[in-house]
Design a protein around this ligand. Structure first.
Ligand code: HEM
Length: 169
């Protein structure tokens, strides 16, 4: 598998952190709008805003995060199938991406169209879904920094834990 130069790896890691933590931030904004909607904020403002956020930022960013995350594994010495924390991150991100594209996006867009006419069930969805996804993304962020659970397969004798970004890995 192609490996990046130290400068290339730093650039990719920067892109990965900015996009993925930005994704978590966008999710929290969605949650804020959902809570505001339930607490009596104007539904004609809050729900169309949530629909815009999902359509133009949250859903496209989900795909970007998945792709850049995958590249961060495949193009660095971490690999995708070597370390448990990487594989678990990949699995959780894939589940969240699927739920965002297949469930959350169509429902929030529908909510944006209905706005003031939306029923309570749909309004509650905009609190529950971002609560679940933000929690999962927070767990993924913690996994990224603590890198727990070791390797999936025993290391070859010369193999060590991959070096930090920017150093030779
Ligand atoms: C497809 C899913 C993902 C994969 C395969 C993945 C994989 C990786 C890998 C291999 C690294 C180390 C890169 C390096 O050292 O050059 C990394 C770092 C990192 N990832 Fe992910 N990632 C994914 C999704 C996410 C998500 C969703 C978040 C946060 C919401 C996230 C947050 C981070 C952070 C903060 C770091 C930097 C950790 C550090 O420098 O110690 N990642 N990721």
């Amino acid at each position: 598998m192609t490996r990046l130069s130290p400068a290339g790896r730093k650039a990719l890691l920067t892109l990965h952190v900015v996009t993925s933590v930005g994704w978590l931030g966008a999710d929290l904004v969605l949650l804020t709008l959902g809570v505001a909607g339930l607490r009596g904020a104007d539904p004609e403002v809050v729900y169309p805003a949530a629909a815009l956020l999902v359509t133009w930022l949250f859903a496209p960013l989900s795909v970007v995060v998945w792709l850049v995350g995958l590249a961060s594994a495949l193009l660095t010495p971490w690999g995708l199938l070597r370390w448990r924390w990487v594989l678990v991150k990949f699995a959780v991100t894939t589940v969240v991406l699927t739920l965002v594209l297949l469930l959350l996006t169509p429902r929030v867009r529908h909510l944006g169209e209905l706005a003031g006419a939306a029923d309570t069930h749909l309004r509650v969805d905009l609190v529950v879904a971002p609560t679940v996804s933000s929690t999962l993304l927070l767990v993924v962020t913690v996994l990224s920094t603590y890198k727990p659970w070791g390797r999936l397969r025993p290391a070859r004798p010369a193999a060590r834990r991959p070096a930090a970004a920017g150093r030779r890995g």
